[in-house]
Ligand binder design. Structure first.
Ligand code: ACO
Length: 331
């Protein structure tokens, strides 16, 4: 019998420290009014100096495992979607394995698809589970954008925040569609590489005194251009995932778009013809947490009772690369 994928649980972790727009007013030439009207963001969470991505990733994973009543030893694959790993290697997924303290030796690796990382991970997870190569898979999306932000650049420092979300998935032969993935779709266009990137620190421009002095280890972005492509591609990919699942956007019970900017979120909802009451928003509380936004959104939507058994949801993302992706899930 053909295997199907079942979502066992979701979890999230947000650092306790809050950085408000008013705090930012004291750091750069900006205002709560500018940030609120241009982005919808009011505050974001920031990790402490000694906290890295694997720390918050492991916290989200622990919540997920506890909800599903499983332990780290039950997991045979750990995937972490991140663009802010603890270090180039070992992978953040290996660090998470160590932190969870399992005695088993699962497959563990990171994937890099910027803000679309969770959907890329979900697509990969689905294939590993359906092929029988994995039985219980922990998919985590975690980013500590604050560590790669130029806190003197008002164009970017107001946008980002830190956070982590996790999903535990298993394979089943149960025909029931509950907690399943109905469709996923991915895309990318590398020609947009210089509209959103971190210039130095890789093999193209290794770290040097000059790269540090020129602040080339932090996010550089052309905001207006990112905005335009983001809306177009998120709408396109959201429609494609709907069509693959044989549903219309109007049949969605909830749309969870990548949380980068309230104006992008509203534009995507409007163009898809989804009533704004069915568009999930938490960007005001957390800013753009990169790969973590949609899974943190899903976890919050479930815990806040915004979705119930049988609800059909769509997650849609867009990020550096550019990359994009969408997934339709039935709870
Ligand atoms: N406070 C005050 N003024 C600012 C700030 C700030 N924080 N940042 C920029 N400005 C200034 C600019 O310097 C500019 O001044 P100028 O006209 O004197 O040059 C002015 O505000 C207007 O800037 P615009 O670029 O016109 O502002 P816009 O309305 O495009 O909003 C923003 C900028 C919020 C960055 C928007 O373009 C955007 O959200 N783009 C998407 C970027 C994004 O979300 N990236 C995240 C990663 S990708 C993703 O996740 C989808």
């Amino acid at each position: 019998m053909k295997k199907k994928v079942k979502i066992l649980s979701t979890g999230s972790y947000l650092p306790a420290k809050i950085l408000t727009n008013f705090d930012l007013e004291k750091m750069v030439d900006t205002s709560d009014e500018w940030i609120s009207t241009r982005t919808g963001i009011k505050e974001r969470r920031i990790v402490e100096e000694n906290v890295a991505t694997s720390d918050i990733a492991a916290e989200a994973a622990r919540v997920c495992l506890k909800k599903a009543n499983l332990t780290a030893d039950d997991v045979d694959t750990i995937i972490v979607a991140t663009i802010t790993p603890d270090m180039f290697f070992p992978s953040t997924a290996c660090m998470v394995h160590k932190k969870l303290g399992g005695k088993n030796e699962p497959a563990a690796f990171d994937i890099s698809a910027a803000c679309s990382g969770f959907i890329y991970g979900l697509t990969l997870a689905e294939d590993l589970l359906i092929s029988g190569k994995s039985k219980n898979l922990l998919l985590i999306a975690a980013d500590t954008m604050s560590k790669f932000t130029n806190w003197k650049d008002r164009n970017t420092c107001v946008l980002f925040g830190d956070g982590a979300g996790a999903m535990l998935l298993t394979s089943t032969e149960d025909e029931n569609e509950e907690n399943s993935i109905l469709s996923t779709c991915l895309g990318a266009n590398g020609n947009y590489d210089e509209l959103l990137y971190i210039p130095a620190g890789g093999s193209r421009m290794p770290a040097s005194l000059e790269t540090v002095q020129k602040n080339l280890h932090t996010v550089v972005m052309s905001g207006k251009e990112v905005f335009k492509v983001a809306v177009t591609k998120m709408v396109e990919t959201a429609l494609k995932a709907c069509s693959l699942a044989n549903i219309s956007p109007q049949q969605l019970d909830l749309l969870i778009p990548h949380q980068a900017n309230l104006r992008i979120i509203n534009a995507v909802g409007e163009r898809l013809g989804v009533d704004l009451s069915k568009v999930f928003i938490n960007v005001h509380k957390y800013g753009n947490m990169s790969a973590a936004t949609v899974i943190v959104g899903l976890d919050e939507a479930i815990s806040q009772g915004k979705v119930k058994k049988g609800s059909i949801l769509e997650l849609v993302t867009f990020g550096g690369g550019f990359t994009w992706g969408a997934a339709i899930i039935k709870l």
